[in-house]
Design a binder for this molecule. Sequence first.
Ligand code: ADP
Ligand code: MG
Length: 266
Amino acid sequence: MSFPVSKSNSGGPVQAGSQRVSMSAQGIRKSFAGKEVLRGISLELHQGEHVAVIGPSGSGKSTFIRCLNLLETPDNGSIDVLGERVFSAGDPVRESQVRALRLRVGMVFQSFNLFATYTALENVSLAQRFSLGRSKGESDDRSEQLLRRVGLEQHIHKHPSQLSGGQQQRVAIARALALDPQVMLFDEPTSAIDPEMRVEVLQVMKALALDGMTMIMVTHELRFAQEAADRVAFIADGEVQEIGTPAQVFGSPKNERTRRFVDAVS
Ligand code: ADP
Ligand code: MG
């Protein structure tokens, strides 16, 4: 199968995914207290494509991902999901649009944010009942199926405190998947987890990628990015400095800063 070569500066050939654009951000800018953290970031994500975002800490990666889900409101730029404009700077942000966006775009954070007083099953079921109006039976069935998929069938009735960090993060992934998103955003999902537990989370993400989920993954795990991503974007100082295939970005970076970052971390 051959895929079309993407035009403009979007990073060369698209290795996987279809021609259809799932999500795109154009010229996203964001300042906090007068300090510009994002200086015009554009990214086009094709259906089924997996893009890894790497870069030094403080460079704006989380802010960018949060803007994509409108957890932060960009000061400038626009965002489209599945061909529909969900944000355009200057236009009022409607609550109904934000809710629709969050159903289509799931997010997994560095901290798992599970409800401590609920079991794994309940954590995965709750949003389905409240956001999608699924019945208890229906949402519990779906939750069980998803918890099995992330390897937690033995733990569905446990509370977060009885689970390791890696297990909690897999519950969080199941919870995001339970809303049947079209795109998944991951913001350093393994950075708060003990090293020996990280691999199980990365395996779940790899399996999701192989299943064809469209994903943007901020990660400091460069080997994982190399293996799981179709394209890698290097962000520094609030700008995409370089974007391309893992072979290009890791193997022969064009940008001196990318080279220094990749050399230092690997
Ligand atoms: P990264 O995820 O690449 O480490 P962030 O997007 O978290 O970077 O942060 C980029 C910069 O924006 C940092 O200097 C950070 O302190 C600042 N920042 C992020 N969120 C906020 C906020 N809500 N208020 C003020 N400053 C923020
Ligand atoms: Mg971050």
